[in-house]
Design a protein around this ligand. Structure first.
Ligand code: DC
Length: 224
């Protein structure tokens, strides 16, 4: 199986770009952020504190997570419930960032992520895919963009969804999450040493998809 790891900060366009590239190459696309989001969502729903590690860890024993694909779209099934529609709010974004700093949570999700790469040709996106989850991935890409551009994209996305947000808050959230994600002790977000950097600032989605496909084809010539 061929594994492509795409890591990078929130709002760099990883999911849109990875999803489109996967479709064109006939790979499956795995969004690992959705797994951390589901756990964050569950902790909130249980009324537990996101500031207390023991509270977060105590939730894990009652969590069962499965990934299903419907029309090529990933659905996270949390204890039998499809939570896709509930895990994209700003509140769950921050919760995901908090739970993702807990080693037990990362360990809990590791097997699920690795199993996918064993079974399918996949493009997996996250923060630590090239460094921790799939250190032997054939292709590793670190996809980034300026903070302002990422905040602007996320802001437009949320407004289109009808959320009441302002740009400054979205920018602050992105900066907070960047800080949390890259400063945590365990599996901090950083480019793998053997990764290729793709900067999506000022580029169209199509240009970015092409850049990613070019990197993949250059590393794995048997992909046509
Ligand atoms: O990619 P995303 O914004 O949906 O991710 C949500 C949070 O989950 C993000 O703040 C960092 C965390 N995350 C992680 O720590 N490791 C991953 N492989 C994916 C996401």
């Amino acid at each position: 199986m061929i594994a492509v790891a795409i890591d990078g900060p929130a709002g760099a366009g990883k999911s849109t770009i990875a999803k489109t590239a996967a479709k064109r190459l006939g790979f499956i696309y795995v969004d690992t952020g959705a797994l951390y989001r589901s756990i964050g969502y569950y902790v909130i729903k249980q009324g537990k504190s996101l500031e207390i590690k023991e509270d977060i860890v105590s939730c894990l024993s009652s969590i069962d997570i499965e990934i299903e694909f419907v029309d090529n779209e990933q659905h996270v099934i949390l204890n039998g419930e499809d939570v896709n529609a509930s895990i994209r709010t700003p509140e769950v974004s921050i919760a995901a960032s908090k739970v993702s700093a807990v080693p037990e949570v990362r360990e809990f999700l590791l097997g699920l992520q690795r199993d996918f790469a064993k079974k399918y040709n996949c493009i997996m996106d996250g923060r630590d895919i090239g460094t921790v989850v799939l250190p032997n991935a054939e292709v590793k890409i670190f996809l980034t963009a300026s903070c302002e551009e990422r905040a602007n994209r996320r802001y437009k996305e949320l407004i289109e969804k009808g959320e009441q947000v302002n740009y400054e808050d979205v920018l602050t959230d992105i900066q907070k999450r960047d800080y949390n994600d890259s400063h945590r002790e365990i599996a901090p977000m950083k480019p793998a040493e053997d990764s290729v950097l793709v900067d999506s600032t000022g580029q169209s989605i199509e240009q970015n998809v092409q850049a990613v496909i070019d990197v993949i084809k250059a590393k794995v010539p048997e992909i046509k």
